[in-house]
Design a protein. Structure first.
Length: 535
């Protein structure tokens, strides 16, 4: 009965507040359109992390928040820089020699950017389906497409191979990309033309000498605060501002064949525009606020939630976790009044709060409980922070050059902003106090079709050391959580097989079977321990 009365009281308090806004639009679509047109303009060139335009976008966001009365959260200023590995770059002068004859780079061979440095003299062995072959210390010649080779390399490294030479039968073209993924394999990899591979026999001498350099760049989190007079908590309202730049391979573009500006109007100029507008509205009600309001625009989300992970880690270390975090990712393409809200299982009363606010706005809500997901709220949920995630969903133009400002539904975006602001105001004004709860997980970890099991782990995409697979989050009720694995653990091996990176981990996962007892070596706080995981 007590719970029933609490919910009724909440309903009355919130409904009284919502009625004040039922006849008017709170947000200003003219303000929002100007901001969105700037962020998604040609001059921003897709806001690729580490680019000149990336910094330009961060400065624009900071200027807007300053205009509305926000100040820097950190003493160093609104822009908080952090470095990341933009990609890996094959250095000039790669040398490959077959039977003492030097081959020509980009004509006979190419070096994929996911290969580590190499300086080795060895011999060649055929790895195409032959059993009982001794691979130790040798370069293995193998037929493989580029999409599959990373997983094959893991298997060959396990067998002691010194490196891998791959080719595609009948194909003379090479992938001559000199830059690519931030991750590297455990052993060197070389691609050759099919005609070159045909001249390679068992026992032939092979020499390789080349370097692949990690390219570091700097990007930013924009972090600003509106301080309440006597704050009792903090609400953090965030959205990522980066996008895919000119697209291409390894960026996540759905049209890598089109070397054009990926404008990212909905993803995520819409979210950034919305948090700026919500910040403006909350600033107008500053005297009523009981919570500090932090607005954060995250850098390098498209690279693996890097910016939000950096901020969430920093705030946790400073013991300044927000009371709640709102994440807006693609809120500009509302169709049929439909709106999605995630994270309603991460704090008590979230369902009631989101429903009551909606009674006057009449959005067609789709709600999910999970605090995880492929966006910035996951970084904060992992730190024990209640979250709400708002989106109008994915569309045909997602991650293509066609995600343009002209397709934004400003009427729908205004509705979304009004709805989110109303929830934010209820919390920031002290009318509702979120209390963190573990959500029911409805998110599956990334997997190939060959995976028969799941451990219940989410990878930490910021970890590029190459000495293991670091866990970003552990799903409740899954085998890894039951065995005692924690976020931040680094998996070193599974069933005695080395795990050096995400590709190794995925290969190991593909070998596991339901009902198996798995032995996992984990590094935690500098010490290695063995965990038994029952699948």
């Amino acid at each position: 009965m007590k719970r029933k009365y609490i919910i009724i009281s909440l309903f009355i308090i919130v409904l009284n507040h919502v009625n004040l806004f039922s006849q008017t639009t709170l947000s200003d679509s003219v303000f929002m359109k100007k901001s969105l047109m700037t962020l998604a303009s040609e001059s921003m060139k897709g806001r690729f992390p580490g680019s000149v335009e990336d910094k330009k976008a961060a400065d624009f966001i900071a200027d807007k928040l300053s205009e509305y009365g926000f100040v820097a959260y950190f003493k160093s200023g609104m822009l908080a820089p952090f470095s990341f590995t933009k990609n890996r770059s094959v250095q000039p002068g790669a040398m490959i020699s077959l039977k003492g004859v030097r081959l020509s780079e980009n004509i006979d061979f190419s070096i994929p950017p996911f290969s580590p440095d190499c300086s080795v003299k060895s011999v060649i062995v055929n790895g195409n389906g032959l059993k009982g072959v001794d691979y130790k210390g040798k370069f293995v010649k193998i037929k493989s497409a580029k999409d599959s080779i990373r997983f094959i390399v893991t298997e060959l490294a396990d067998k002691g191979a010194a490196g891998v030479i791959y080719y595609l039968e009948g194909v003379e073209s090479l992938d001559d990309s000199k830059t690519g993924t931030a991750y590297q394999m455990r052993i060197p990899v070389v691609q050759v033309r099919a005609s070159v591979a045909s001249k390679m026999d068992d026992g032939d001498s092979f020499e390789a000498d080349y370097k692949v350099k990690p390219i570091k760049e700097t990007t930013y989190n924009v972090i600003a605060i509106l301080k309440a007079k006597n704050p009792t908590g903090t609400i953090l309202i965030g959205a990522h501002y980066d996008h895919l730049g000119m697209g291409g391979k390894e960026t996540g573009s759905m049209r890598p064949d089109r070397n054009e500006i990926h404008y990212g109007a909905d993803d995520n100029a819409s979210g950034v525009t919305a948090i700026i507008e919500i910040g403006r509205l909350l600033a107008k009600s500053k005297n009523e606020l009981k919570y500090d309001v932090v607005v954060a625009a995250f850098g390098a989300e498209e690279r693996g939630l890097l910016g939000s992970s950096v901020l969430a880690d920093t705030l946790a270390k400073l013991d300044k976790r927000p009371t709640i975090m709102f994440n807006l990712d693609m809120v500009g393409r509302m169709v049929g009044n439909k709106f999605q809200v995630g994270g309603v299982g991460t704090f008590k009363g979230a369902d009631s709060l989101t429903d009551v606010i909606n009674r006057q706005m009449m959005l067609g809500l789709t709600k999910t409980k999970d605090g995880m997901g492929p966006s910035d709220h996951a970084s904060f949920y992992n730190k024990g922070v209640p979250v709400l995630y708002f989106t109008t969903g994915v569309h045909q133009q997602y991650h293509t050059p066609d995600d343009k400002e002209s397709l934004i539904n400003y009427t729908g975006m205004t509705k979304a902003v009004d709805y989110i602001y109303s929830i934010a105001f209820e919390i920031a004004s002290g009318r509702f106090a979120p209390q963190f709860t573990k959500s029911e997980s409805d998110r599956k970890e990334p997997q190939r079709s060959t995976f028969k099991v799941t451990l219940g782990l989410i990878p930490d995409f910021t970890y590029e050391v190459g000495d293991g697979f670091r866990i970003s989050a552990v799903s409740d009720g899954k085998p890894a959580q039951k065995a005692g694995l924690l976020a931040g653990d680094i998996i070193k091996s599974i069933n005695g097989k080395v795990v050096g990176n995400i590709y190794d981990y995925m290969s190991r996962l593909g070998e596991l079977k339901q009902g198996e007892l798995v032995e996992v070596v984990v590094k935690r706080e500098g010490k290695e321990s063995i965990f038994k995981i029952q699948l």
